[in-house]
Write a protein that binds this ligand. Structure first.
Ligand code: GLN
Length: 483
């Protein structure tokens, strides 16, 4: 049962071959058995999930029409608000926070019949690349438990890879859906900025944040994206762009598709095993009928400084709301208002979040704003133009998702800069606002490797189509960890 894709589960339930309650119990059992090892979930909502599953079974028994995700268990990164369900962003400052409303993605998932199994562990406020910045401890990679699952949506990726859920949602600001997808051997899709509502997502960097699906097949990612995508009156940054049927794009055919590869940008610092796997994947796509050509992204080498200026600036502003007054942790016994603010924040935020608030405040302050923040915005525009120019020649840009497979827990915790540098391939798509996907494309010493494809604005269909065609002629996505 737990090996099934979301699509198969949905069909089995709709056609009476399985009950939503049995499906829910099977995934809950698996989750409860593995979570002590993986630490992928901050919270498992067993009773609520079983009650929802029972309601789906009752709907079916009554002959009511079922939604496209009816009875499909799903896990949500713990930075998405679910009414009445503790939502912490893996931060001590929100340790006891219980939202009073549902995020738009939650409303849409539940209206489609999805069953929320629980909230997944992540880096605190989604800041990190290894899940080690969580107040609740790191997540372990199901392929090798001494390794990181990636971050910040590490719990969502690990839960999908370990078959605790068929699909999950993560959020991606600079790679947080794609890089854990790559490290855990599952599909991770970051939609175009504005494709999916951020209403009810705890904000990190608002010009970059985007919610996206993780799953084991492109078809499952397409299914979930179709449900969560689309304009939302509660989020003015959502686009009015029509939402296509993403599943219909999965034709299995890549004939005539043009793939661009930024060779110069990929020349340094990439693990040879990763490069080999990516090259093999491109050769496979080429044999399937796609053309592969070189492209240049001349400004991509500045993506890390640009990202860490823009993201920290926005974070420092977004996180100002956690002041111990309206919600979240409040320090005891403060003598003055000022002391209450500063002690609440000091006790509530972890070291990485504090580092970013300080960095972001610094780059926004008078005298530094022009030199750092404004300059970063200018280079951000140049980066977007690089992609626009590439898309005159090609349909997608391909590169590795990450320069290495999953690294060991503890390997980069003493050196935040090394941790930041490992985001080199994932930060440019969100800076440009473009959709990007990570697709499993091989292994090195038993650790998964991901191929990243970046597409034109609102062309998630192309990314899913290529990913799906690639899955049909390879079997990476059918491998499962021995855990
Ligand atoms: N690793 C990047 C960071 O630490 C991206 C995080 C994310 O996408 N939320 O900011």
């Amino acid at each position: 049962m737990v090996q099934q894709t979301a699509r198969a589960i949905r069909d089995d339930i709709a056609q009476g071959r399985a009950s939503a309650s049995d499906v829910c119990r099977a995934f809950l059992e698996r989750t409860q058995a593995l979570n002590p090892t993986l630490n992928a979930f901050n919270h498992v909502a067993a009773d609520r999930a079983l009650a929802r599953a029972k309601a789906i079974d009752a709907q079916r028994a009554a002959g009511a029409s079922l939604g496209p995700l009816a009875g499909v268990p799903i896990a949500l990164k713990d930075n998405m608000s679910v009414r009445g369900m503790r939502t912490t962003a893996s931060s001590k400052i929100l340790d006891t926070y219980v939202p009073v409303y549902d995020a738009t993605v939650v409303q849409r998932l539940e209206a489609a019949g999805a069953v929320i199994l629980g909230k997944t562990n992540c880096d605190e406020f989604a800041m990190g690349s290894s899940n080690e910045n969580s107040a609740y401890g790191p997540v372990r990679n199901p392929w090798a438990t001494d390794r990181t699952p990636g971050g910040s949506s590490g719990g969502s990726a690990a839960a999908v890879a370990a078959r605790c859920v068929p699909v999950a949602l993560g959020s991606d600001t600079g790679g947080s859906v794609r890089q854990p997808g790559s490290f855990c051997g599952v599909i991770g899709l970051k939609p175009t900025y504005g494709r999916v509502s951020r209403y009810g997502l705890l904000a990190f960097a608002s010009s970059l944040d985007q919610i996206g699906p993780l799953g084991r097949t492109a078809a499952d990612a397409a299914l979930v994206l179709s449900v969560i995508a689309g304009a939302d009156p509660c989020d003015a940054t959502t686009a009015r762009e029509p939402v296509p049927d993403f599943s219909a794009a999965l034709t299995g055919d890549v004939k005539g598709v043009r793939i661009g590869v930024p060779r110069t940008f990929m020349a340094d610092g990439v693990d040879p095993a990763v490069l080999r796997a990516v090259d093999d994947a491109l050769a496979t796509l080429n044999s399937a009928g796609a053309t592969v050509v070189d492209v240049e992204l001349p400004h991509a080498k500045y993506a890390i400084p640009v990202y860490y200026l823009v993201a920290t600036a926005e974070a420092s502003s977004n996180l100002a709301r956690y002041d111990g007054v309206k919600y979240g942790h409040r320090a005891d016994d403060a003598k003055t208002l000022r002391e209450m603010y500063s002690r609440s924040r000091d006790e509530g935020f972890g070291p990485e979040v504090k580092r970013r608030i300080m960095l972001g405040t610094y780059v926004l302050s008078a005298g530094y704003y022009d030199a750092f923040y404004l300059k970063a915005l200018q280079v951000r525009t140049l980066l977007r133009r690089d992609y626009e120019q590439a898309f005159e020649k090609v349909d997608v840009v391909a590169m590795p998702t990450a320069p290495t497979p999953a690294f060991r827990l503890g390997d980069k915790t003493d050196d935040p800069l090394q941790m930041y540098l490992a985001d080199i391939f994932t930060v440019s798509a969100p800076l440009a606002g473009l959709p990007a996907i990570s697709v499993p494309c091989g292994f090195a010493d038993g650790l998964p490797i991901g191929l990243q494809l970046t597409g034109r604005f609102f062309d998630e269909s192309m990314l899913l189509r290529i990913a799906d065609a690639y899955e049909r002629v390879t079997d990476w996505s059918r491998q499962s960890p021995a855990i």
